[in-house]
Design a protein around this ligand. Sequence first.
Ligand code: FES
Length: 104
Amino acid sequence: MSEWLRVCAQSELLPGEFKVVWDRDVAIAVFNIDGELYAVEDICTHDGGELAGGEIHGFEVECPRHGARFDLRSGAAMCPPAYEPIAKFPVKVENGAIYTRDDR
Ligand code: FES
């Protein structure tokens, strides 16, 4: 399991925004949805598309490639063509900065 990884200052990730950081070879997308932070692996389980930058619908991110949606709270696939969940990672805020890590 890796160490916590600094994403950015809390003030640099506002509601509706996202950031991508790398934990070794794993891309982690961190989203701010109405003030709540969610971190997921930035790989669509359908065909490997990047989810960061996809349209947000409530708590769901839509894969820009073929339109699969994932619930950022659980990682669950919500509609085809993806059926497998994406990995979800912990997020914490400490001293004004956001951290995440691949905890698998
Ligand atoms: S790669 Fe994401 S829906 Fe196909």
